[in-house]
Unconditional design. Structure first.
Length: 185
């Protein structure tokens, strides 16, 4: 039996990692990279009731300017530091419009399942647009891990494309987390 302490648990980079994975598509896909992007500044709170998961809740706020490209796999050449800077600039200015929308937020509306295998439904706000999303998660070895698949177009985001549309980022991106929960002191 996996146990988790009831109560409020602060979330942020000190408790674990929040990652975004992208994949590429299109005729020019082999020229691009599948990316792993880490959110380096974020905060949140998980209020946990192991006896009654429905009494639990989660909020998260991520700083759009803190997205850092950690890895690029595939592609005809390795990802350079210059590539990473260019991707970050495009992500902030053209895709997520950080100047107008500096944060991405998630607020749970319903938590179900068990402590070991749970499902969190909530409202995700990206570029000022709020849509429902479902997060699947598990508690194992003292860590909380999970993910959600986000179709960018549901939030009015046009997935990045280059080379006259022959290289595109897939509409669906995966948001993953791996956290250790320590109760508030």
């Amino acid at each position: 039996m996996v146990s988790i302490t009831a109560g409020s648990h602060p979330l942020g980079p000190e408790s674990g990692r929040l990652l975004v994975n992208t994949t590429r598509t299109g005729l020019g896909a082999k020229a691009g990279h599948d990316l792993t992007i880490e959110v380096t500044r974020w905060r949140g709170d998980a209020t946990v009731d192991p006896a009654d998961p429905a009494g639990s809740s989660v909020t998260v706020e991520a700083d759009v300017e803190s997205f850092e490209v950690r890895e690029g796999t595939g592609g005809v050449k390795p990802l350079s530091d210059s590539d990473r800077r260019e991707i970050k600039k495009i992500l902030q200015e053209k895709i997520l419009h950080a100047g107008r929308h500096p944060t991405i937020t998630f607020r749970s509306t319903r938590v179900g399942g068990t402590a070991e295998s749970f499902r969190v439904e909530g409202d995700l706000t990206i570029v000022g647009v709020t849509r429902p999303v479902t997060v699947q998660g598990v508690l194992a070895e003292g860590r909380v891990r999970g993910s959600a698949v986000i179709a960018q177009t549901r939030w009015g985001i046009r997935p990045y494309s280059a080379f006259f549309g022959t290289l595109k980022i897939s509409d669906e991106v995966e948001v993953r987390f791996d956290l250790g929960l320590t109760p508030e002191r």
